[in-house]
Ligand binder design. Sequence first.
Ligand code: 5GP
Ligand code: MN
Length: 328
Amino acid sequence: MLGQVIELIEKHERFAITSHIRPDGDSLGSSLALCWILRGLKKDAEVIMCDHVPLAYSKLPGSELVRVVPDIDREYDAVFVIECSDVTRPGLPSLNEQFVVNIDHHSTTALFGDLNWIDSTAAAVGEMIYNLAKAIGSRITPEIASCVYAALLTDTGSFHFSNTTERTFKIASELVKHGAQPAKLSQAIFYSYPYAKILLIGTVLSTLQRDESGRIAWITMTRKAMTESGANEDDSDGVINYPLTVGDVEAVAFFRELQDSTYRISLRSKNRVNVARVAEQFGGGGHCNAAGFTIKADYDHLSKDVISKLKEAVQTSPVVNGREIKPR
Ligand code: 5GP
Ligand code: MN
């Protein structure tokens, strides 16, 4: 499939790259890296997104070139869609009228593209984009190296998650050789928070609760908590990781109140507790250890329902390291 993607690029001129709503490190890093690769090949390429670039990724090379649009408004020979579970995830309604190349590392993605390049062994789509750069003969510039590094860094949870392999470090090492600066990128992504974010983290963490087994924890962010800290929705990203740092906690839910009784729920887990299966039951999706969904619901019912489904997921999770994890 990589061969077909290369042939498409070689034969055409005008490309757009997009990814899912509320883009993250892999979606932005991969999209920008691909844009730099295409421009290096003298192609007409741009990144279009329906949402703005979050502050954490605003220092990635090319982030200022991302065009925020409510829909596709130009003609392209092909649109590359990065790490999207289906054609609606970019939030660009006319996308299905374009020639679409679906590039993803989630095996659960719908094959919605005219070309579908899926590699579920890749730690991040950034790794696939790096393979493409090498295969097509691009010079790996510091811009490409930095964007791919950011994708790898964020999708592996700073090289903490189980998708981190020997290959990840090998690629990271090559990227550093080509000009990616690890400390500078980590500083930009993880040490450049606005003060309001820390105030918000304090408020949200004060809502922390856990079930009787201690294996499931949850936190909630109301609209009031957000506005009172002077924060915005982006500032709540990453807060979910704190409850997961508790040794006994294996699954976490984060309930974020949007407008009109709509909630965005993020789920995270450790080991083989599959939260994607839980998110799917509410119309969302994701990976085994990180998933989410958005739903209009009454908070009390919703939280009970989500926590009971998480309990099932924890209790039925497979054996880890030859040892069955039993409820304590
Ligand atoms: P987050 O909690 O960071 O918003 O999302 C974590 C992961 O869950 C995302 O990378 C994405 O794979 C998945 N995800 C979150 N929300 C949705 C959703 O509404 N639909 C689908 N299909 N996946 C989602
Ligand atoms: Mn990814």
